[in-house]
Design a protein around this ligand. Structure first.
Ligand code: G6P
Length: 554
């Protein structure tokens, strides 16, 4: 037994969950007219209604006790204070410093990081202005019309998600500026680069090689292919590289070795985790697409959420509430996944982005004391935008045998006022959590069928299929618009939720050793694929697959 599962706080929650499993949310709402008011909170323009959960005051109090017993406040202070809470890599975790707007120093190893943070932001601002005003010229003297960000994981997902989410801001550039079209190439599958190269004119294209380590196989391979294409287009003139390539990285030597002028390198630091890096130089494609001012508003929203997370009491603290509710279902109800369902087409990559943030952070089996855990850690996160998901997988959420807590997310206003589309979209956003909570009883289903004039025999057969057990937990999250400020706050809210859960589970949320083994094996297999008579020493399955591939490869 671990310290966590042996603790009184944990045991109290186990007992409480036995009680809560018998609760009926519909009855809880009927009994307490103030339930929605009690279990809701608002901060930084984000409204959270968490009343449609299997919770009461005592549940929340006991979850807060668990949080306290995990030394949450102490670890939160270390997180913001630049202490090396990523213990396996001996690194601080300071994405919050990247968006910090205050005047206090933030120190790592006794050195204030803020001057360097501000210097890189300044460099990004100047560069963004040059490109967006057409002053940055390519090798043949043309301005930049296309930006291709080459990166993967954290060096791709954040910028993809944000540039999609804030597209309306790209469509409204400031006076004298224009917004280049931005493409993202991540997959090592040559198709990704090949299809992108078809869309751009190299004379007007800027490639951003985005890689924290500057060693990632996918990114380096794609970058070499792009470099070869540029050199070919400009008759092998190496001088063209400086005009068409910039790098975002922590690895100056590797950037120089690649042939990119380090004056065109935007630096960040090893205390920025890849999946938390959109606030760093990795955000350059965002700034180029939506303008530096809007990128700063994104930072501002996140900074405000940081302040809220640092100071708000637990019962009003949005990231804390979300984290506690997540732990409640993950650890005491056996829920293995949760769905993130944004009701906004511009947020169509939000869930994919948080899949990395959440699952790479909290997908761990060993705790901070290097012991195997005896409890569940990070949940599986999945989802698609509403209403598409409703016509695909919601059936299982409503009537399947698994508990899938859901976060419904929607803005009150659309950027596209088209007829009554938004009203219709939002009517679904309100209806789904209501249906999941209320369900439909056998008596109600029977009554409906009777009204439809069905025979008693048909009713007996059909009614059980029409029952919705209900009692399905959801959070509803709203904001006025999907604006840079609100999106920044939303992202930071979930980042801190992930942190808080990691604290409770006593794991290091900031390493990712789990991605290494596959990479190592791929490196070993690569030369075996090229050599016809390579001796294969894998398991019989892997050997057979490689042989089949070789036989069929033309
Ligand atoms: O930015 P890079 O160093 O190229 O890393 C890109 C990505 O690949 C790694 O394998 C990690 O799983 C991710 O956390 C990281 O974001």
């Amino acid at each position: 037994m671990s310290r966590l599962t042996e603790s009184n706080e944990w045991k109290a929650l186990e007992a409480k969950a036995q009680e809560a499993k018998k609760w009926n949310m519909r009855e809880m709402f009927a009994k307490d007219a103030k339930r929605a008011e009690k279990f809701s909170a608002e901060a930084c323009g984000i409204f959270l209604d968490y009343s449609k959960n299997l919770i009461d005051d005592e549940t929340m109090a006991k979850l807060q006790d668990l949080l306290k017993s995990a030394k949450f406040e102490e670890i939160r202070a270390k997180y913001f204070g630049g202490e090396k809470i990523n213990t396996t890599e001996k690194r601080a975790v300071l994405h919050t410093a990247l968006r910090y707007k205050g005047n206090e120093p933030i120190c790592v190893d006794g050195k204030d990081v803020m001057p360097e943070v501000r210097a890189v932001l300044k460099h990004m601002e100047e560069f963004t202005k040059l490109v967006r005003t057409g002053k940055w010229k390519g090798h043949t003297g043309k301005s930049i019309k296309y930006v291709v960000n080459i990166g993967i994981g954290g060096s791709d997902l954040g910028p993809v998600m944000v540039t999609e989410a804030l597209k309306p801001y790209a469509d409204k550039p400031a006076e004298g500026e224009y917004s280049p079209t931005v493409y993202f190439v991540s997959n090592i599958d040559g198709t990704h680069m090949a299809e992108t190269l078809k869309k751009v004119n190299l004379e007007e294209t800027l490639f951003i090689v985005a890689s924290k380590t500057f060693t990632t196989l996918e990114t380096m391979t794609n970058a070499q292919t792009a470099k070869a294409a540029v050199l070919k287009a400009f008759n092998g003139d190496e001088k063209s590289i400086a005009k068409h390539f910039v790098a975002l990285s922590t690895n100056t030597e590797a950037v120089a070795a690649f042939g990119i002028d380090t004056a065109n390198m935007f630096e960040f630091w090893n205390w920025v985790g890849g999946r938390y890096s959109l606030w760093s130089a990795i955000g350059l494609s965002i700034a180029l697409r939506i303008g530096f001012e809007n990128y700063m508003k994104l930072h501002q929203g996140a900074y405000e959420m940081d302040q809220h997370f640092k100071t708000a009491p637990a019962d009003k603290n949005l990231p804390v509430i979300l984290a506690l509710i997540g732990v409640w279902y993950n650890n005491f109800f056996g829920a293995s996944s949760y769905a993130m369902l944004p009701y906004d087409q511009y947020l169509h990559r939000l869930t994919a982005y948080f899949q990395q943030a959440d699952m790479e952070s909290n997908g761990k089996t060993v705790d901070r004391d290097s012991k195997r855990v005896d409890y569940q850690t990070g949940p599986i996160l999945w989802g698609e935008p509403g209403t598409n998901g409703q016509h695909a997988f919601y059936q299982l959420i409503h009537q399947g045998t698994k508990m899938i807590p859901c976060d419904f997310i929607a803005p009150a206003n659309s950027h596209n006022k088209v007829g009554d589309h938004h009203q219709k979209l939002l009517s679904n956003f309100f209806a789904q959590p209501e249906a999941l909570m209320n369900g439909k009883t056998l008596a109600e289903a029977t009554e409906e069928l009777r009204k439809d004039g069905k025979s008693e025999e048909e009713i007996a057969f059909l009614a059980p299929h029409k029952v919705f057990e209900g009692n399905k937990p959801t959070n509803s999250i709203m904001m006025d618009y999907v604006s840079p400020e609100r999106l920044g706050a939303l992202i930071a809210m979930y980042e801190h939720k992930i942190f808080t859960q990691g604290v409770i589970w006593n794991i290091n949320s900031y390493d990712q050793w789990g991605v290494e083994l596959g990479k190592q094996l791929a490196k070993k297999i690569l030369p075996e694929l090229a050599k016809a008579d390579a001796e294969l020493k894998h398991d019989s399955s892997t050997n057979a697959l490689i042989k089949w591939f070789k036989k069929h490869q033309k």
